[in-house]
Structure formats: structure tokens, C-alpha cells
Design a binder for this molecule. Structure first.
Ligand code: NAD
Length: 254
């Protein structure tokens, strides 16, 4: 039996049991939608900048316009992209088995949401959202309606800067999302890991956590990753190709 068919048997055996399947996705999930993975995003025009400069608060404070422009370019790419067959396969599995799948994503794009997955646990924030760089010194807080146009926009009252709503290097993950992700990893019977290098923590640690609690780990990735040793089944292929094979309606009904 090919490994993808073994993986499909594992998923089918869950028959939608609540929380039975936890799916952890990374940048590779959206690669076939045309959104570059982290490594790809740092090539080309931006190759001469270091990630700490483009994705950290210190980098933003040092070069706000450069960082804002880099995110503006990435936001344009996200808005132009469409969910691929992998996003749709996950969303349709979740519709078919309500509560049976918990989706945890490291992605900051909105392609899972646009495919219909409104309850994804978002570990690293939302690239399309803005938030203020620091708590506003004004009593009533800054209002985005009073943001002055600029790169980046500033609060018209206090000069506070807008920044993208993503988690940067050195920042904590949203506590509620991390707790929900850990809970899902500890409760699941199968963890499906799609398109992540396993290099970014604490997200990468969810895989070992699931395995230690007895879950079967299935990794979908065309290339080796840092967490391959945690896998019971390694599927060498892409998200858009393999997820429909694993999850689509070849499943028996409830
Ligand atoms: P990563 O860039 O470190 O690794 C991407 C992984 O995806 C690699 O292992 C690669 O082999 C694999 N991959 C490439 N094409 C694939 C495909 N078609 N199908 C399946 N896998 C494929 O990404 P990461 O592990 O998610 O960590 C990087 C960080 O960058 C994350 O925090 C994430 O938030 C952020 N990021 C997000 C996006 C996005 O939202 N789309 C894009 C770039 C970076």
C-alpha cells in the first residue's frame, strides 16, 4: 500500500471522532497558491535583507518604511492568491466531520479562511490586519480611523505607528491560540503536518508533543524537514496533490 493510502486509512479510521485529527500547516500549504514560503520570500529583491530586519520589532523601529513596504508587497500577493486544492480538501473534510478536525496554522495568509475554515487556530497572526506598535499613551487609545496615510501610517493624535498583525521573531505567540494548539496536539489520534520546515518554535514542538501522547504523525512535504524523525508516515509530495487524496470523499459516510 502506498504511504498516502496508509495515511488515508488512518484518517478514515477516526470516522470524525471529536478532535481525532489535528492538522498543522505551514508556508508550504500555500506555495501552490503562489505565496512564497519563508525562504522564497527572502530571495530576489529582498535577498540582501536579513529576516531579523524584516520580521522583528527592532527591525521595524530601525527601518519602518522598508519593513512596511515588504509587508505591503506580501499583502498584495496574499490578496491575489486563491486557496488551492489542499485548502479546499481540509475545509470540506471539516464540513463533513464537524468537530473532527482541529486546524492549527502557522500561516499568516487567509487562504484557509477563504476556503471556508473559519475556526483555524492562528499561531502567528494575520498579515492583512494592522495593529499599533505600542500601547497608545492617549487615554482612549488610538483609532485606526485617525491614522494618517503614510508608509507606515501613524496615529494622527500621538504618532504611534501601525504595524502588521503578525508575530515577529522574539515575540510571544497569542496565549489563547498556543494553548488551543497544545490541547489539540495532546488530544489528537492523528497529527497531519503539512508544508512546514519544522524550524520555527514553539509551533514545531507540537509535533513531538502529539507523538509523545500516542498520536500517529503523518508529514506531507516534498522535501526533508527538521521534524521528519517524528513521522510515522512521510509523504513526499505537495499539499495540493496529496491532501485531496488523503481526505476527499473516498471516505465512507458517517
Ligand atoms: P518554511 O518556509 O520554513 O518552510 C516551508 C516548507 O514547505 C518547507 O519544508 C518546504 O519543503 C515545504 N513546501 C514547499 N512547497 C510545498 C508544497 N507545495 N506542499 C507542501 N509543502 C511544501 O515555512 P514554515 O515552516 O511555515 O515557517 C516559516 C514561518 O514563515 C511561519 O512562521 C509562517 O508564519 C511564515 N510564513 C507564512 C506564509 C503564509 O502565510 N503563506 C508564507 C511565508 C512565511
Amino acid at each position: 500500500m502506498p504511504p498516502w493510502a496508509e495515511a488515508r486509512t488512518l484518517v478514515q479510521a477516526l470516522r470524525g471522532r471529536p478532535g481525532g485529527l489535528c492538522v498543522l500547516t505551514g508556508a508550504g500549504m500555500s506555495a501552490e497558491s503562489g505565496i512564497p514560503t519563508f525562504r522564497d520570500a527572502l530571495t530576489g529583491l529582498w535577498a540582501r535583507f536579513d529576516p531579523a530586519e524584516l520580521a522583528s520589532e527592532a527591525g521595524f523601529r530601525a527601518h519602518p518604511q522598508r519593513v512596511w513596504d515588504w509587508y505591503a508587497m506580501r499583502r498584495d500577493g496574499v490578496r491575489r492568491a486563491e486557496p488551492n486544492a489542499g485548502h479546499h480538501a481540509l475545509a470540506s473534510h471539516a464540513r463533513r466531520w464537524p468537530g473532527g478536525l482541529v486546524l492549527v496554522t502557522q500561516n499568516v495568509d487567509d487562504l484557509h479562511q477563504r476556503a471556508g475554515h473559519t475556526d483555524a487556530v492562528r499561531l502567528h497572526g494575520d498579515i492583512l490586519a494592522d495593529r499599533w506598535l505600542q500601547p497608545c499613551p492617549q487615554r482612549e487609545g488610538c483609532a485606526t480611523t485617525r491614522a494618517q496615510a503614510g508608509r507606515p501610517p501613524r496615529c494622527a493624535d500621538c504618532g504611534n505607528l501601525l504595524r502588521p498583525g503578525v508575530v515577529w521573531f522574539g515575540e510571544s505567540l497569542p496565549a489563547a491560540a498556543l494553548a488551543a494548539a497544545r490541547d489539540a496536539a495532546e488530544r489528537c489520534e492523528v497529527m497531519l503536518v503539512v508544508g512546514t520546515s519544522g524550524a520555527v518554535w514553539p509551533a514545531a514542538g507540537l509535533v513531538g508533543r502529539a507523538r509523545q501522547r500516542g498520536a500517529k504523525v503523518v508529514i506531507v512535504n516534498p522535501s526533508p524537514s527538521e521534524i521528519d524523525a517524528e513521522a510515522h508516515l512521510l509523504l513526499r509530495g505537495t499539499a495540493a496533490h496529496l491532501l485531496p487524496l488523503l481526505l476527499d470523499a473516498a471516505e465512507p459516510g458517517p
